[in-house]
Every structure is written in structure tokens, then in C-alpha cells.
Design a protein around this ligand. Sequence first.
Ligand code: PMP
Length: 432
Amino acid sequence: MLNHTNSAALFDQAKSLIPGGVNSPVRAFRSVGGGPVFMQSAQGAWLTDVDGNRYVDFINSWGPMILGHAPEVVLEAVREALQGSLSFGAPTQREVAMAGLIREMVPSIEKVRLVNSGTEACMSAIRVARGYTGRSKIIKFEGCYHGHGDSFLIAAGSGALTLGTPDSAGVTEGVAQDTITVAYNDLAAVKAAVDANPEQVAALILEPVVGNMGLVAPGPGFLQGLRDLCTANGIVLIFDEVMTGFRLAPGGAQELYGVTPDLTTLGKIIGGGLPVGAYGGREDIMNCVAPAGKVYQAGTLSGNPLATAAGFAQLSYLRDNPALYEQLNATTTRLADGTRKIAAELGLNYTVNQVGSMFSLFFTAEPVNSLDDAKKSDTAAFGRYFHAMLNRGIYLAPSQYEALFVSTAITSDIVDLYLSACRESLQEAHAQ
Ligand code: PMP
């Protein structure tokens, strides 16, 4: 067993100072048991914890470290930006460059506003959709996560799902009434919800590829069906590409599937690891945002010089090196196919879902296309597997209901390491 003495001591101290000892719930290892590992540093594919243990990172800060940790191209840009002060609260050239680059890579984004997190991006996009349409209701999908804005904490995914609180306390009944939830990949249910609320639905928001109930791909025609339904009913279609933007393709899931939303929300990845988010889309809708229009949204640190420098460096590097996407996909296909094969050889036949550089191993032999499917997983066995992998130096998301993220720093040797740990850990998890 690895030694976690320093992590355990820090967690004890943290619990007396921070709710649950962590600044974001999923970090607490609640569903897998045990205490979290406190990190010290990271380089490339490798994390080092406060006890000196090293792990291959398959979380990558929940997505943004697409080039692995501490890539020189991003660090260099941040060092340069540091010389010019940390914040101005005034416009800068970097924000203009960043907006231009986002528009170039994601053409549906004609205008974009930078914010400080994915949560802010999604909250703001919904407000704009409401302002633009003059309608109140939104449709979201069970198991999708769009940050912790009140309206999204109904049937939410990610940590809310993991902790068994998909409907958060503190969200008013009024908000709940304005939020309609349907099952992912069920186009008929969406149509029924739209028909039941004529001219009342402002927006339909979804993860075009879901990462927050584990990795779930849209079925054939699902995204286009939603596009057509929204167009026919005057509903603003919002793709939450906080995880998928610039990851699944230079232009995100919308490029990969060839379906164009009205608005897109972005986060994490466009900060290269610094706190950032963005929302953007059709010019006529975005022109509703203050000071151009009447929907208010603001931020003291929005467009922060360090965050825009890091994000611009990371995004332009991805744009200039499209072969990286082939590399990421090939690495992830080896990981996902290898995992599936091992599970089959052990007689488990577990489901492995993969899209591009995201994948999930579900502890169920049935296909997973929705939250109900994902919930069939044996989460106790997953918990044992998680700890067996951790002990072998493989750092996975500490929940069945999260996707794994692959970085360009994962080499073929590391894939081999992962696969042998996967075989041993699956055996260990089912030894009882
Ligand atoms: N949308 C999606 C799809 C996400 O995965 C997340 C965070 N994991 C968010 C929104 C919220 O982003 P943040 O944590 O930066 O507020």
C-alpha cells in the first residue's frame, strides 16, 4: 500500500477549516471511500502527491490539461504576462486576440464574452436566452452537469450525482418549476416536453457528449433532432462544451458531429488550467448582453491577463498542431479498447464508452446511453477498482459518474502501464 500519511494529516486539518475538507465536492473521495490525495506538483502525465507518491493522471484537472501538466508553451506565455501586472479591470489586447481565436476555431461563436468559470458561462447563457426569447423555462437532461447555478441543480450530474444530491437543497420551487428535465438520448421525450410547454421554453441546454454521468455519446440523429426541434419552436439551443470544446476536435463536439448550436458555453480548457469560462454564439443573441443590450452580466476579473495568456497559448498550439488530435484519439482508443478486452477476458464484459480523448469504464455489461443506464453500474466494485488503481499509481476520477481525460503526455509506455494495472485491479476488485 502507498503511504498517505501527509495527505491524511492535511485532510484532518482541512475538515476543520473547509466544508468536507475540500473546495469542490467530487475531490473528497466520498463515493469510493478513504481520504483524498493532496497534490504537490505535476509534470507531463505525472502527478506527485505530498507523500512523494507518483501517479499517471487521467483527470487532468477535469479536462483542461490537454497538453499534460506544465507544458512549456503555456508556462512561457504566463511568465511573459506576469511582467505586465496581474489584473487591470480594463480592456486588454489579449482579450481581443482570445475572442478572435475562439471565433476562428468555433465558427458558430460570432461574439463571445469571457467569464471566470464554466458555472458562470452556463448561468449567463441561460439568462441571455431568457432575455432574448422573453420566455422562462429551460430544458436540461438528467445527468448532465452545467455548473452549480440554481437551475442546473435539478437532476444534476457530476459531484451532485455522486453524492446522491442531484436536486440540491437551497434551490427554490420557482426555479425548479422553470426547469424541465428529460432523459438523455430520448428525442421523443424532448418533443413531448416542448409540446407540453408551448412558447414557454427559452433554452435547451446539453452536453453534446456527456462527461458528467460517465462518458455518454449522443445517439445517431439525436443532436440534429434537437437542432431541428429548437429551430421549429424558437428555442435557443445551447451546447455546453466546457469539457468537449477544443478537446474532441479543434471546434469541439459541434465540429465532430456537424450540428450548430445557437450558443456555446466554454470553460477550463480555454484557460489552460487557470480559472476561465466563456459563452458565445449568434451575434443577434449575444448583442443582448450589456452594455450592448439589456441582459446584465459582468465580472471584475473577467478576461484576466494571466488566464487569457495561458488560454491563448494552449488554444493556438492546438490549432497549429492538428496532428495532436489524431495522437490523442489513437492513445485513447488503445486505452478504451484495451480496457474493454481485459474486462471481456475476465468474464465481466463491462461497457467502455469512448469519444475522442474521453472515455469511461462502466461497471455494467449493459450499454450506457442515459443516466438510468449508468446507474446500473456496480459502484461498490468501482470503488474497489479505483483504490486498486490508485495503489498502482494510476489516478482515476474518484467516481463511476465521471469521464477520464487523456492528455498528449500519455505515451505508449504509459498506456502499457495503465493496461497492466487495469487487469490486476479489475481482478482485485472482484476477488471477494
Ligand atoms: N459544464 C460542464 C459540462 C462541466 O463539466 C462543468 C464542470 N465540470 C461545468 C459546466 C462547470 O464548470 P466550473 O466547474 O468551471 O464552474
